[in-house]
Design a protein around this ligand. Structure first.
Ligand SMILES: Cc1cc2nc3c(=O)[nH]c(=O)nc-3n(C[C@H](O)[C@H](O)[C@H](O)COP(=O)(O)OP(=O)(O)OC[C@H]3O[C@@H](n4cnc5c(N)ncnc54)[C@H](O)[C@@H]3O)c2cc1C
Length: 480
């Protein structure tokens, strides 16, 4: 075993997703010596086409395959590269609704979390990572969902994105962390080490010692150790509890992981709606929030093929009619999961349980989504759930099961949070109201793990705003 490479930092930030990048940038701007480490590679936004196989292999954890086990399974994906999930996502942007922040205050005892005071933190992040609406008309596929909602009198919105659109509305650039906060962090003197994974944290002689490994470009690994006065853990909602638990911190850590479970359908329309070069769809149906929300997914040919892979002749169907097809989803908040380490494995075991009500809400949401697409004049709606028949008439909606029965991986998710909730309610929280791990000195959580419950809306804005709020509190109140 070779001797570890030794480094020091005033503050070590572990993980460079939205939580880590916002915290790191704030800390370095306040004059602190900050080293941010990231397990994945530092790649430019253009290094792989968006939603390509190459992107999955290079920028996702496990090439995009992670499964939560249980009677009903759930497949989820996470980014693993500098910028974390922001590098691979669509950047659909919503601020956390007031009722969510209220419930975090009431149920988890989060102090000073007013809707009005949070506005400043949302706005500060939005200024650095731009949030814009499509300047012209959104894509046809996106508008189809809105037409369905309008026909039924349901509330729908056009969501803005973390995106800088060209003035003609035909293209633009995603505002991922590598395009925004990472640049700012580096310009202000922050240090960033990619391909560096931290395995454990321990307290040694009044400081934190982080141990792990760093890979060179050829993939050869060497041991490292980093000594720091303070540590911000921002490894994402699954890896943060795994790291904390490996380091001996277990109080309310990894017991309450939540997702936005999602089921998809493919709708086929009478005319073309899906064109190469379309901007990503942006419409969402809000009518049934907080129970469930609906939206449009990326619907390139390979995605359509995968979505319909359970159906006989799927590839021929996609080959013939992909321009008439779009993928849509319904997303709920049900299911609770645990995160536990297994000896000898670098990834933790995630176990999920759904209640009968969770499955009922998923079933109801799926039926409502099919209804919206029928109202948008879809000639055929194909639920992407094994054993579900096509919905070819409004009448056939009545025959859809009222609860989702699938246990075959039809339920997926891209939103992960709540594994280490913040707040003063010691029975439910792992960290205090500003992210400091209970009972520790100088150890903070700074990512989606802190969000006490699902946000119901797209979460990245809330991850960033909470990280901004907490870093500011640490700088102004705790470090002085
Ligand atoms: C495909 C996809 C689509 C999405 N779409 C949207 C959307 O449109 N809108 C929205 O609001 N949200 C969306 N999200 C969710 C959003 O990306 C996340 O909420 C956000 O990225 C969470 O930020 P985070 O900082 O908590 O963690 P992450 O972004 O997961 O970042 C954590 C980082 O830490 C690194 N890391 C983990 N363990 C270690 C370790 N031990 N040592 C060093 N580094 C480590 C990881 O490699 C990763 O880069 C999407 C996510 C995905 C995957």
């Amino acid at each position: 075993m070779s001797k570890p490479d030794a480094m020091t930092a005033g503050i070590l930030v572990i993980g460079s997703g939205p939580g880590g990048c916002v915290s790191g940038t704030m800390l370095v701007e306040a004059g602190h010596d900050v080293l941010m480490v990231e397990e994945g590679e530092h790649l430019s936004l253009d290094s792989a086409a968006h939603f390509s196989r190459e992107e999955m292999l290079r920028k996702y954890r496990n090439g995009g395959v992670s499964v939560a086990l249980g009677r009903q399974k759930l497949a989820w994906v996470e980014g693993r590269c500098v910028g974390g999930g922001s590098e691979v996502n669509r950047g659909l942007y919503r601020r956390a609704p007031e009722f969510i922040l209220d419930s975090w205050r009431k149920d988890f005892g989060v102090e000073n979390l007013g809707f009005n005071s949070m506005k400043a933190h949302f706005a500060a992040c939005e200024e650095i990572a731009r949030v814009e609406y499509v300047p012209g008309a959104p894509s046809e596929m996106s508008q189809q969902l809105q037409r369905g909602a309008q026909a039924l009198g349901w509330q729908s919105i056009e969501a803005p994105r973390l995106f800088s659109y060209d003035p003609d509305g035909k293209g633009g650039r995603r505002q991922s962390m590598s395009e925004t906060f990472v640049r700012r962090f580096l310009q202000k003197g922050g240090r960033l080490n990619a391909r560096t994974r931290i395995d454990r944290l321990r307290r040694v002689s009044g400081a934190w010692l982080a141990t792990g490994s760093a890979k060179d470009e050829a993939g050869h690994s060497r041991p490292i150790e980093i000594r720091a006065q303070r540590v911000f853990v921002a490894c994402g909602a699954v890896q943060t509890p795994a790291l904390l638990r490996r380091s001996g911190f277990t109080h309310n850590v990894g017991n309450s992981l939540r997702f936005h479970p999602m089921v998809k359908v493919v709708a086929e329309f009478e005319r073309d709606v899906n064109f190469a070069g379309d901007l990503d769809p942006v419409h969402q149906i809000k009518e049934f929030e907080p129970s469930f929300g609906m939206g449009c997914s990326i619907s390139k040919r390979p995605m359509l093929g995968v979505a319909l892979s359970d159906r006989e002749g799927a590839w021929d169907l996609v080959h013939e009619r992909s321009r008439r097809m779009g993928i849509y989803y319904v997303q709920t908040t049900g299911g609770t999961a645990t995160v536990r380490n297994l000896p000898g494995f670098s990834d933790p075991l995630v176990r999920i349980g759904f209640t009968a009500n969770d499955l009922h809400v998923l079933g109801t949401g799926l039926r409502k989504l099919c209804e919206a697409l029928r109202a948008a004049d879809a000639v055929r709606v194909m639920p992407c759930v094994a054993g579900y028949a096509d919905v070819a008439s409004t009448r056939s909606l009545e025959f859809m099961p009222s609860s989702l029965s699938a246990s075959d991986g039809s339920v997926t998710s891209v939103h992960v949070f709540s594994s280490c909730p913040m707040g003063e309610n010691d029975r439910r929280t792992a960290a205090n109201s500003f992210g400091k791990v209970h009972g520790t000195d100088g150890l903070y959580i700074a990512d989606a793990s802190l969000l006490c419950t699902p946000t119901v809306v797209n979460p990245q804005g809330t991850v960033m705003a909470v990280a901004h709020r907490n870093a500011l509190d640490a700088i102004e109140r705790q470090f002085s």
